[in-house]
Write a protein that binds this ligand. Structure first.
Ligand SMILES: C[S@@+](CC[C@H](N)C(=O)[O-])C[C@H]1O[C@@H](n2cnc3c(N)ncnc32)[C@H](O)[C@@H]1O
Length: 292
């Protein structure tokens, strides 16, 4: 499997997936979590999977085990799950899972522009129907907007230097490829500030990806919509990889009068999982139950 589902047992346990239940997988990807939910809710439970990446949906359809009639895949932003479930005639679901961010497939398969390991166009859209690419943002945003993106979404303390360099470079020629951006970042940040363990452009790439896909706004919308869609006793779980997302999940789930936060401390992967799948190391699972 290209995508190893992160915190799989923990997420299934948190949602208490049981036979006959109806579950929403808001981030279906290649179906790591969704397929496991589908098997656990057999013989008559249902899963509705949201996935906005057309390539991922295509691959998921090919790779899934049987029982497709109990699975509904919707190519739509999970922020719109309320409308989509209403259109399907579904209400009071038993669990909602969000495993946010992008998948290993998106990072590793060529042509998407998420990674500086290969030189390709700076796209970074998870949903290819969205209008704005990373290259568009680099071409059109003001210097202060760029600095804000890098600082807030990437924790990049050299954000201003990077933004100034981008603006200077783009006067000469447009910034359109991943390697070009990685070089600009490496040159903008003085050597003594280059991090030891990660590539110097990692934070800037992450920040741009979050901006291109409006990731925090979408997560906030789904966290707002979720509680009203759950049945009493139903549960919502969020797996995130970024402190901003984790904070947003904790704050929203604990501040909602309909919910009880189940995880004041996030559930994190054990050593074995991190050994098997190093990308899991920053994952955090938060969950809440509908109580009112
Ligand atoms: C971390 S992966 C999930 C992987 C999945 N749980 C699995 O085990 O295969 C996140 C997936 O959610 C999708 N995604 C992210 N934000 C989304 C959104 N707002 N609406 C719909 N899908 C989204 C991405 O395209 C990606 O495929």
């Amino acid at each position: 499997m290209l995508h190893q589902p992160v915190l799989l047992d923990e997420a299934l346990a948190l949602l208490r997936v049981k036979p006959g239940g109806v579950y929403v997988d808001g981030t279906f990807g290649l179906g790591g979590h969704g397929d496991a939910m589908l098997r656990r809710c057999a013989p008559d439970g249902r899963v509705v999977g949201f996935e906005w990446d057309g390539q991922a949906i295509g691959q998921a359809r090919q790779g899934l085990s049987g029982e497709r009639q109990r699975l509904t895949l919707v190519r739509r932003n999970f922020a719109e799950m309320g409308e989509a479930l209403a259109e399907l005639g579904l209400q009071n679901v038993d669990g909602i899972l969000l495993d946010v961010g992008c998948s290993s497939m998106q990072l590793d398969q060529g042509g998407r522009g998420f990674s500086f390991q290969v030189d390709e166009l700076l796209d970074m859209r998870m949903d290819q129907r969205r209008p704005t690419t990373a290259a568009d943002i680099l071409a059109g945003a003001e210097e202060v907007e760029l600095a804000d993106i890098f600082f807030h979404y990437g924790d990049e303390i050299q954000a201003r230097r990077v933004a100034a360099r981008i603006v200077a470079e783009r006067r000469g020629q447009p910034i359109t490829t991943t390697k070009q951006l990685a070089r600009i970042v490496a040159e903008a940040i003085p050597r003594r500030f280059h991090p030891a363990r990660i590539h110097v452009a990692t934070r800037v790439f992450q920040a741009l990806r979050i901006a291109v896909n409006d990731e925090l706004k979408n997560l906030a919308a789904a966290l707002q919509a979720g509680p009203a869609l759950l049945a009493m006793g139903g549960r919502m779980g969020v797996i995130s990889f970024h402190s901003l997302e984790d904070r947003l999940a904790k704050r929203t789930l604990s501040g909602d009068k309909l919910l009880k936060l189940l995880t004041p401390k996030p559930i994190v992967p054990g050593r074995d999982e991190i050994r098997r799948n190093p990308r899991a190391r920053s994952a955090r699972l938060r969950g809440a139950e509908k109580i009112a």
